[in-house]
Design a protein around this ligand. Structure first.
Ligand SMILES: Nc1ncnc2c1ncn2[C@@H]1O[C@H](COP(=O)(O)OP(=O)(O)O)[C@@H](O)[C@H]1O
Ligand SMILES: [Mg+2]
Length: 520
């Protein structure tokens, strides 16, 4: 793997050393050719390039030198020239059929042997592997997609040529941010995206979200992870002030350039706790408020039928996520995907290898992938997952506190009824809803909203405090049906996690109101 700079240096050395065959692995043919053109002209040696559409041309002057456009024709021509002249370099850009022992690969081999004698050099630009026997006669180098620094140079060069003609709000900070967003796309794709911004006649700071969308379109079809669309999705989270404050502090670090400071981009958080209290909702809210694409990794889907398949799939999925960064990667109910590990797993060790690979990626990847993982059943979480250096923070999401309940009720009243109610009613509802999960609050309000809808235009008048009361009294929360479950989850969270509400996690022994009613 090499960025453009080290690739240039290495290629220059290979060309000086007259390595008879060099394969440059890349999907960016134009960028590789640009590099080679620069080296050949600075070394001042003859170089030629073959394409199927134009035949053989001089690499520097672009003058046509052989009309035969076929690959065998190009190889014949190269072989003829190499036997007559020293130090010729031929670049082939469209060689199919060279991965195995094929007639083309054999013909190549002959020309390479001749080149080795005569100081000739064949360069293949390809995204595929080359037949081993041929490759062993020379060297391979991989040209990475543009790094953030190169991307910045691409952006600067493109927009600076329009200075004075269009309004450009971007300063260095925005250029860096744009470069971070575009990392992972090819140079041509990045140029197209920026050119589209230029075409608007003004480049604004707010264009960042357009860049994210453009990149998202480029990567809409990636494997292993599912793109979750949040368009028009209401993702207001009530409460969880501690989690929100932490997220606000992490956000700027995600797209900042942290290399000089020697720290990696934030890795994300694990949300554990009581079901239905906003863990999954928070994962979606992070992507929506940060204006980043949201991808969902379903670990249960990763498990394949054959040994080894699962790890391959996970690897591919995580590579995809690295590729689309910056993004939010949502792993819902992570304990389900990692199940079997704590029980010893009768699956030939697949799940422990999956966990191993996942943890390795969490710790090692430097991509700007912000992971939000959620878990309901904490007892099934592999302990390694909780160790320092994996997630940046482990939050415990508890049943909402009275203040949080007030916020959540207000959110759903506002969105469903488009009005506010007297503080005294709110006080009463907060009291009535002791022990409710977020989803319980939502469904209590939903009943009222439905009633108002049924009554049509006059509906609002029928929304009486009594209607609210009845609806709230009809809800039987989990804290009533299964208080032990909640106490168990809390006991676990108190020792290990940070409170997402910003309030201390209730003592495991503290009874949840209503408990007595069901213990009889
Ligand atoms: N804190 C909250 N604020 C607003 N809505 C909430 C909250 N907690 C739960 N809800 C509602 O309940 C639904 C289920 O919550 P969810 O986030 O899926 O729970 P879990 O913690 O089990 O992942 C949400 O989609 C949302 O409608
Ligand atoms: Mg959930």
């Amino acid at each position: 793997m090499a960025d453009a700079n080290s690739c240039r240096q290495t290629l220059e050395r290979y060309l000086k050393a007259r390595i008879p065959i060099i394969s440059v692995r890349t999907t960016e043919r134009a960028r590789a050719l640009e590099l080679l053109r620069g080296i050949i002209s600075s070394l001042n040696i003859p170089g030629f390039v073959h394409t199927l559409s134009q035949g053989m041309r001089d690499l520097v002057t672009n003058r046509s030198i052989n009309e035969d456009r076929s690959v065998p024709g190009a190889l014949d021509f190269a072989s003829q020239q190499i036997s007559q002249r020293q130090n010729l370099t031929f670049v082939l850009t469209e060689v199919a059929d060279i991965e195995d022992d094929t007639p083309t690969a054999r013909q190549f081999q002959d020309v390479v042997m001749l080149a080795a004698e005569k100081g000739g050099c064949l360069v293949i630009i390809t995204s595929k592997p080359v037949w081993g026997q041929l490759q062993r006669l020379g060297m391979t180098i991989t040209l990475d997609l543009p790094s953030e620094d190169e991307m910045r140079a691409v952006i600067q060069e493109l927009i600076s040529s329009y200075k004075g003609q269009i309004t450009i709000e971007w300063a260095e900070k925005e250029e860096r941010e744009a470069a971070a967003i575009l990392a992972g796309v090819s140079k041509i794709e990045a140029e197209n995206v920026i050119a589209t911004l230029v075409a608007k006649g003004v480049i604004k700071n707010s264009d960042m979200s357009e860049l994210i969308h453009a990149k998202d379109r480029i990567f809409s079809d990636i494997s292993g992870v599912e793109r979750v669309k949040l368009d028009g999705f209401d993702v207001s989270v009530g409460g969880l002030a501690g989690l929100k404050a932490w997220l606000d502090r992490e956000r700027p670090l995600l797209t900042a350039d942290l290399r000089e400071r020697g720290i990696r981009p934030p890795r994300g958080c694990l949300l554990v706790g009581v079901p239905d209290c906003g863990k999954s909702l928070s994962a979606k809210a992070v992507a929506a408020t940060w204006n980043l694409p949201l991808y969902r990794l379903d670990l249960a889907n990763i498990y394949g039928q054959y040994v080894g398949q699962s790890e391959g799939r996970l690897k591919e999925a995580l590579e995809s996520a690295d590729h689309v960064a910056p993004c939010v990667l949502w792993i819902d109910e992570i304990e389900k995907g990692l199940a079997g590990v704590t029980q010893g797993g009768g699956d030939g060790g697949t799940s422990s290898r999956i966990v191993g690979h996942f943890l390795f990626w969490l710790q090692e990847s430097r991509a700007r992938v912000f992971v939000v993982a959620t878990a309901n059943d904490v007892s099934r979480l592999p302990p390694e997952l909780l160790r320092r250096g994996r997630f940046d923070e482990l939050f415990f999401v508890d049943l909402p506190t009275p203040e949080e309940r007030r916020e959540i009720i207000a959110i759903y009243i506002k969105s469903g009824l488009k009005r506010e109610f007297e503080p005294s009613l709110m006080d009463e509802l907060v009291q009535l809803s002791e022990g409710f999960a977020g989803a319980d609050l939502q469904s209590a309000v939903r009943e009222v909203v439905k009633e108002a809808f049924r009554k049509g235009e006059a509906g609002d008048a029928s929304v009486t405090p009594e209607l609210f009361r009845r609806s709230f009294q009809n809800i039987v929360p989990l804290s009533k049906t299964n208080p032990e479950k909640i106490e168990e989850i809390r006991a676990w969270g108190r020792d290990r996690a940070v409170s997402a509400s910003g309030q201390p996690i209730e003592h495991a022994g503290a009874p949840v109101k209503g408990r007595r009613a069901i213990l009889v």
